[in-house]
Design a protein around this ligand. Sequence first.
Ligand code: CTP
Ligand SMILES: C[C@](O)(CO)[C@H](O)COP(=O)(O)O
Length: 228
Amino acid sequence: MDAGVVIPAAGKGRRMGGPVSKQFLDLCGVPVLIRTLQVFLDHPAVSQTVLAVSPQEVDYVRDLLNRFRVPAGKVLVTPGGRERQDSVREGLKVLDREWVLVHDAVRPFITREQITTLLQQAEAGGAAVLAVPVKDTIKEVNSDGLVDGTPDRSRLWAVQTPQAFRRSLLVQAHEEGERTGLAATDDAMLVEALGAKVRVVEGDYSNLKLTTPEDMALAEAIWKMRSQ
Ligand SMILES: Nc1ccn([C@@H]2O[C@H](COP(=O)(O)OP(=O)(O)OP(=O)(O)O)[C@@H](O)[C@H]2O)c(=O)n1
Ligand SMILES: C[C@](O)(CO)[C@H](O)COP(=O)(O)O
């Protein structure tokens, strides 16, 4: 299989806070973005890598790639957009492989094996996402802060990235989402809106999305645990 990956890395990290966008924060000596990127650069099935970054950070990212000896030409850097969905759409414009992975820059704990399994599942049905069963009870809460309902937890999964798709399906989903104004928090939501089936592949809880400050402490602990 010959795949490409779009890594949305144009966020501002508002929930993380601080002066540095979280994708550039140091994780045990290496920026989060570089750690995430390296897993895909080392994967035999991934032959094209696209980073969608904030327009103001394109030069900074290119310098970062040089400093961490990412071979010139191995990574395409393109300006992202206002929302994550827009950044992924911009990345798709410069990616031309038949199969596409979309992976958050701020999920540095993805593994080669998970990427391989996900691509195999996507190849079987057109779309696949990594996810884990939720551990907490989830409640629907109304604007008054009152519980509206408690969905059956056995049917609830916390979806992660990578998400893998046949490129033509994902492009169609993004085009339709843009046409209808669907604001999607993940790419699978756009594909579901087309009526396409999305396969869930069980990942693991360490595939953390670095979002709020305590996640950095968790990330250091996970990194150290894995390095033992
Ligand atoms: N306009 C945007 C917004 C987000 N992202 C990327 O999408 C991934 C997941 O988004 P999230 O964790 O929400 O990052 P931020 O938007 O930066 O966080 P926040 O919502 O706290 O500002 C991150 O790698 C982020 O850089 C992006 O490429 N373009
Ligand atoms: C795509 C995602 O990581 C799946 O869980 C998540 O929806 C991204 O949300 P964010 O608010 O853009 O971080």
